[in-house]
Design a protein around this ligand. Structure first.
Ligand code: GA4
Length: 330
């Protein structure tokens, strides 16, 4: 079957072309199986992206937060804004970051080492805060497990070389709730590419952190870039998690793992999309450099930098920019 597909979405040529998209199966890692570590490493090398099943996160923690988030996003605009506008933490609507990116989205971005969200204007702030804390704790646990499996899969003796960054009290992790309102069908004669441009929920980007753990309701929208102009829709699965490799992990593995370019296209005529993402960031003072045990005489592809430096530079870029380029050794 021929599909009308969009080529070169990440830059140069935005003309639509008709061709068969590659058949890409998103890797699935069953955390309860002994081959999990091998599959994780392969998925991070091939896509920088995989789906996790049998994760052990209590269904109750997920549904409680989903319920609270749904209540929050259905509040009057002024109540949502009263929790504090995103700078970068807080409530944001349409505007993402400081460089003029916009999307069909509203969100709540919070730090995870101390709950900075001012929820006093909410009807039941305690309920929301508890649900957030319980969920974030479950994410921290899962992030540790995945990072330890990664280290094992990479044959690194120090099993906690990555997971210790999450456990560190100074870990600079954060969490975001994204709400993409249902968007009525665009009924113009626009090409698929134009329609995609009109319906950007969250523009294409890579995550700057180590890994990100994403869970959404059953509404589609997430797409990953697999090269050669091909964007692959990720079928939603509300009972699983999706893991993104971030820029920091790409550097720590000296380019062996790929930080995945992804975006959200809002194509949901009836159902809003709700996603919850935990971003695993190292302490601000942490040097981001290839792990010595992976180098064995090899040259680093990157100049050394701290997470503080990288994060700062990140906040002054547009979403779509490849933020690692200035740190590449030529
Ligand atoms: C992308 C990953 C996380 O959502 C985020 C985003 C951050 C923001 O929304 O404030 C950024 C974006 C993200 C990367 C480039 C900059 C910063 C918006 C933006 C344009 C919270 C993060 O850490 O980086």
């Amino acid at each position: 079957m021929q599909y009308s597909y969009v080529r070169n979405c990440s830059g140069s040529n935005n003309r639509a072309a008709t061709f068969s998209p590659p058949v890409v199966t998103i890797p699935i890692v069953d955390l309860s199986k002994p081959d999990a570590q091998t599959l994780i490493v392969k998925a991070c090398e091939d896509f920088g992206f995989f789906k996790v099943i049998n994760h052990g996160v209590p269904t109750d923690a997920i549904s409680k937060l989903e319920e609270e988030a749904t209540k929050f996003f259905s509040l009057p605009q002024s109540d949502k804004e009263n929790v504090g506008l995103a700078k970068p933490f807080g409530y944001g609507s349409k505007c993402i970051g400081y460089s003029g990116d916009v999307g069909l989205i509203e969100y709540l971005l919070v730090k995870t080492n101390s709950q900075h969200t001012n929820t006093h204007t909410l009807d039941k702030p305690e309920q929301f805060r508890c649900a957030l804390n319980e969920y974030i704790e479950a994410m921290r646990k899962m992030a540790c497990e995945i990072l330890e499996l990664m280290a094992e899969g990479l044959n690194i003796e120090e099993r906690n070389v990555l997971s210790k960054l999450v456990m560190d009290e100074q870990s600079d992790s954060c969490f975001r709730l994204n709400h993409y309102p249902a968007c009525p069908e665009i009924t113009t004669m626009a090409s698929d590419n134009e329609k995609n441009t009109n319906k950007v929920g969250f523009g294409e980007h890579t995550d700057p952190q180590i890994i990100s753990l994403l869970r959404s309701n059953n509404t589609a929208g997430l797409q990953i870039y697999v090269g050669d102009g091909n964007w692959i829709p990720v079928p939603p699965d509300h009972s699983s998690f999706f893991v993104n490799v971030g820029d920091a992990l790409q550097v720590m593995t000296n380019g062996r793992f790929k930080s995945v370019r992804h975006r959200v296209i809002v194509d949901n005529a009836n159902n809003p999309r709700l996603s919850m993402i935990y971003f695993v960031g190292p302490p601000l003072s942490e040097k981001i450099a290839p792990l010595p045990s992976l180098m064995l005489g090899k040259e680093s592809l990157y100049k050394e930098f701290t997470w503080f430096e990288y994060k700062n530079s990140t906040y002054h870029t547009k979403l779509a920019v490849n933020r690692l380029i200035p740190y590449e050794r030529i």
